[in-house]
Design a binder for this molecule. Structure first.
Ligand SMILES: Nc1nc2c(ncn2[C@@H]2O[C@H](COP(=O)(O)OP(=O)(O)OP(=O)(O)O)[C@@H](O)[C@H]2O)c(=O)[nH]1
Ligand SMILES: [Mg+2]
Length: 314
């Protein structure tokens, strides 16, 4: 009798253990496939951001990100370009406006992140991203040029589900960004309300690139202070945008090239520096490890700010 009872108890324990392990390991797919748009001035680092994200070089084993995988041919080509160009210490050629927007590549990635606690499985989500040429910022500022090209880009942008504004953190062009984003707000408002979309559910990630550079790096623990010191007018515009739409805005730091060594130094060779920002290439490709690239994408998708993804240092 006791033997039978023991056997029953053991099989119940086995059943719950296998269920628990199954739950632990199961990868959960986040619903939805956000379709993001990246806007930023010339050489703010848009192509490099996407390429570094897609390539995801030298990930640390304890990184909260399990993997980043290409989902289509455009993205596979971007990775090949990252290997050919960035890994050989060269920069990308700039992107230029096109007549037909369907020619613009739409990069689709499958990103898997580890659970915040050891219990629970990985989380997987798919995201598409389209990069616009930096000229758009100039066109937005220049109210007299209501070019058809600009209008086409804005129409396409209004079809996206969220916006990533990329700003070179080393640039000294606060006024320029403030003016461009103010116009962008007005133009998108017309289009989104025209489509009957709810402005309050829109998300805007403001991302500062090239954070490994000293002038940005020293502010890495206080992004609010950084933006109010270096980009006060842009901050005003974005705050106004958030209030008027009742939408969500969040700020992020990132570097497509990252740091090297201990104490950490920028893994970068500077080619040129001016008001527009910094032009540079990777110094030691074998230690190339970007940071902060997934945090804004994940937030744009879920509205959740995962602090692990913001980590910049070892
Ligand atoms: N220091 C540093 N330089 C970077 C980083 N990301 C990009 N760059 C450099 O910034 C310059 C411009 O990068 P791109 O990715 O071509 O910029 P873009 O925004 O796509 O430019 P357009 O296509 O002309 O609009 C290049 O010299 C890059 O190597 C970064 O994280 N750190
Ligand atoms: Mg580009």
């Amino acid at each position: 009798m006791i033997e039978v009872f023991k056997r029953i108890i053991n099989s119940i324990i086995r059943f719950f253990r296998s269920m628990f392990n199954g739950l632990r390991r199961r990868t959960r797919d986040l619903p939805g496939n956000p379709d993001l748009r990246i806007i930023g001035a010339r050489r703010s680092g848009k192509t490099t951001f996407m390429a570094a994200l897609a390539y995801w070089p030298n990930a640390k084993p304890d990184s909260p990100i399990e993997s980043v995988n290409p989902f289509d041919d455009d993205t596979a080509r971007l990775i090949a370009m990252a290997q050919d160009i960035l890994e050989n210490g060269l920069p990308f050629a700039g992107n230029y406006p096109v007549e037909d927007l369907s020619q613009l590549p739409l990069y689709t990635l499958l990103i898997e992140i580890k659970p915040a606690f050891s219990l629970g499985g990985n989380l997987r989500f798919q995201v598409s991203c389209r990069e616009y040429p930096g000229e758009l910022i100039e066109d937005l500022r220049n109210r007299s040029t209501a070019s058809r090209g600009l209008s086409n880009y804005l129409d396409d942008c209004a079809d996206g589900s969220g916006l990533l504004l990329l700003i070179d953190g080393t640039a000294k062009e606060d006024r320029k960004y403030a003016q461009a984003f103010d116009r962008l707000k007005t133009e998108l408002n017309i289009r989104l309300t025209g489509q009957g979309k709810n402005l309050s559910s829109y998300r805007i990630a403001v991302v500062f690139s090239k954070t490994e550079q000293g002038t940005v790096w020293i502010h890495r623990y206080d992004i609010k202070k950084f933006i109010s010191l270096k980009f006060p007018q842009t901050q005003n515009t974005i705050q106004k945008w958030r209030k008027e739409w009742g939408c969500s805005v969040n700020y992020f730091f990132c570097s497509a090239f990252g740091m090297k060594g201990n104490p950490p130094q920028p893994n970068v060779r500077i080619e040129e520096r001016d008001r527009e920002g910094t032009r540079s290439v990777i110094d030691r490709p074998q230690y190339w490890r970007p940071f902060g690239l997934v945090a804004p994408i994940y937030w744009l998708h879920t509205g959740k700010d995962d602090q692990r993804l913001r980590k910049m240092e070892d």
